[in-house]
Design a protein around this ligand. Structure first.
Ligand code: SAM
Length: 278
């Protein structure tokens, strides 16, 4: 979510289509906006965050929590793993280097192309598949583990469909671990500074944040789920919640990533990592 600047009705004074609105966005519009946005932004995104993400690191979140330290997936050697919304597939390569049989899936061809280039450069060329997390192109029970570090879920209109799809492609007893923006952040302006410490919007307002062109077509969409919504969609898909990790901001992380900053990280949680089993 970028900084607001919209009014509650979504209308811009003077008429016309507001560039930012809080309005419904269905699965097709949200997916089209995400694909266009990530295709267009892939190079800039990796220019800005590529060093922090590394070529083959597994970083869960802007706080910098790594899978090496957290061990949320358990032993991955020999496991069949799906990374959902893998972007340039840094996490998938970390998994591959530890002996996992991993596939990365993402909606954006541009992100996957960067992933392939990085993989060829560092000798960890993992299989990458272009697809939508809400319609996974894999057979039932194909994976032991699934993971996502801010991939797909913040951007999909029907995240219950993603949960159902992940449950379907996991074998019984399989594990699903995913990181998303902590839901309480929805109430606060997307500002890494002091303005981002003052609650402004309702936590209970599920209308998505939509950036749109003058024609009203969405160019970027983010969807909100409350904590309760997430638990219900997980349970509805047959998952059992094993843990909810809220990484604290470490003293030695002085980096600001969009709205995530040391200032805010000391006061409010920035990331929620759900650990589930089916
Ligand atoms: C913030 S990146 C996360 C990827 C990686 N972990 C990183 O930190 O760069 C979000 C990714 O989700 C992908 N994405 C968005 N909507 C998706 C969808 N419906 N299905 C699959 N991937 C999606 C985007 O293309 C993008 O690569």
């Amino acid at each position: 979510m970028t900084s607001g600047g919209y009014d509650e009705s979504g209308a811009r004074s003077g008429g016309g289509t507001p560039p930012v609105a809080r309005r419904p966005s269905d699965p097709a519009e949200s997916a089209a906006a995400s694909r266009g946005w990530w295709d267009a932004q892939a190079a800039d995104y990796l220019e800005e965050h590529g060093v922090f993400l590394g070529d083959a690191r597994f970083v869960w979140c802007p706080e910098g929590l790594s899978e090496s330290d957290a061990g949320l997936l358990g032993d991955v050697a020999g496991r069949r793993v799906l990374e959902v919304g893998c972007g340039a597939a840094q996490c998938a390569r970390w998994l591959c280097a530890r002996g996992a049989d991993v596939v990365g899936l993402d909606l954006s061809m541009a992100m996957l192309r960067h992933g392939r280039q990085i993989g060829l450069g560092c000798g960890l060329d993992v299989p990458l598949v272009q697809g939508d997390a809400a319609r996974l192109p894999f057979t039932d029970g194909a994976f032991d583990l699934a993971c996502s570090a801010y991939g797909a879920l913040p951007f999909v209109a029907d995240s219950a469909a993603v949960m159902a799809e992940v449950a379907r492609v996991l074998r019984p007893g399989g594990r699903w671990v995913f990181a998303v923006t902590h839901p309480v952040r929805w109430s606060f302006p997307d500002d890494p500074g002091p303005a981002g410490l003052v609650a402004r919007d309702s936590y209970f307002d599920r209308r998505p944040y939509v950036e749109q062109g003058p024609d009203g077509v969405a160019t970027y969409v983010e969807h909100h789920r409350t904590l309760g919504d997430r638990v219900r969609e997980l349970v509805g898909a047959g998952f059992r919640l094993v843990d909810l990790v809220e990484p604290e901001w470490p003293e030695d992380n002085t980096r600001t990533w969009g709205q995530w900053s040391p200032l805010r990280g000391r006061v409010i949680p920035g990331t929620a990592i759900f650990v589930c089993e089916v």
